[in-house]
Write a protein that binds this ligand. Structure first.
Ligand SMILES: [Zn+2]
Length: 249
């Protein structure tokens, strides 16, 4: 048995029996983990307010040899996320960000960069960055950190610059120029390429000033979705719910 303590972001909270909860969380040092918080469902539990999606907490847990689930022993709230969980779009966005991290972060591996990405994304959302912009930025970086995203560079086939538009080929593995891409593959318009180039060099809070249109963000979303789906070989449930709900809204 080993006691551990870290700053963590809450990724999921599920009921367990009458009184307990299973909590999924992300830390820098120990990556993505799950643990049982005893008594967390009781009305006066000191854990109750802290265990909210994407809240940042100071978390202590007990690792147990041979057990998949840790034992959460203490949770102190550092930064609540309810500033943006109050709207439907905020809640859907939070579920999608959290499920994305769970899908891309194997349990128990250090996740310094992914932690920073999620932490700064939540920070920006709380500061008023639009959920659409924040989500597109987050998903292209998530894919880049996972090593599956083709950030724009000259066409790998002919060496031409891609600024005039590109095609996604190889089921989501590379971006080539329109001439080399042929008729198949996802078309990536210049505005989406400009977004990718800006995301590669700017922190999220500075992206808003770049003036990306809804059409540009939609093109980035189509691109990221195609790449993610190819990589995971399935779609994330929270993404389906979010896309369906926001389309209907
Ligand atoms: Zn080319």
């Amino acid at each position: 048995m080993r006691f551990r303590r870290a700053e963590a972001l809450i990724l999921d909270v599920q009921p367990l029996g009458d009184a307990d909860r299973i909590v999924a969380f992300l830390t820098r040092e120990a990556g993505s983990l799950r643990g049982v918080a005893r008594g967390a469902r009781r009305r006066y539990s000191r854990h109750a307010g802290q265990l909210q999606l994407l809240s940042k907490v100071d978390l202590q847990w007990l690792e147990r040899e041979g057990r998949e689930l840790a034992r959460v022993t203490s949770v102190e709230l550092l930064r609540p996320a309810d500033g943006f969980l109050g709207t439907l779009e905020g809640l859907l966005t939070a579920s999608y960000l959290a499920e994305s991290v769970r899908a891309f972060a194997p349990e128990g591996e250090p996740q310094e960069l992914l932690y920073r990405l999620l932490d700064t994304t939540v920070e920006a959302l709380l500061a008023g960055t639009g959920p659409g912009l924040a989500t597109r930025y987050f998903e292209v970086w998530l894919l880049r950190l996972a090593g599956v995203f083709p950030f724009p560079s000259p066409c790998p086939v002919c060496g031409a610059e891609l600024a005039g538009g590109a095609r996604l080929v190889g089921g989501g593995e590379s971006l080539v120029c329109a001439a080399c891409g042929g008729p198949g593959g996802e078309t990536v318009p210049p505005e989406a390429l400009r977004f990718l180039a800006a995301a590669a060099r700017l922190p999220l809070p500075r992206m808003a000033a770049e003036g990306f249109t809804a059409a540009a963000l939609a093109a980035v979303e189509r691109l990221a979705t195609a790449v993610r789906r190819h990589f995971l070989q399935q779609e994330l449930r929270s993404y389906q719910v979010m896309a369906r709900t926001l389309q209907g809204a």
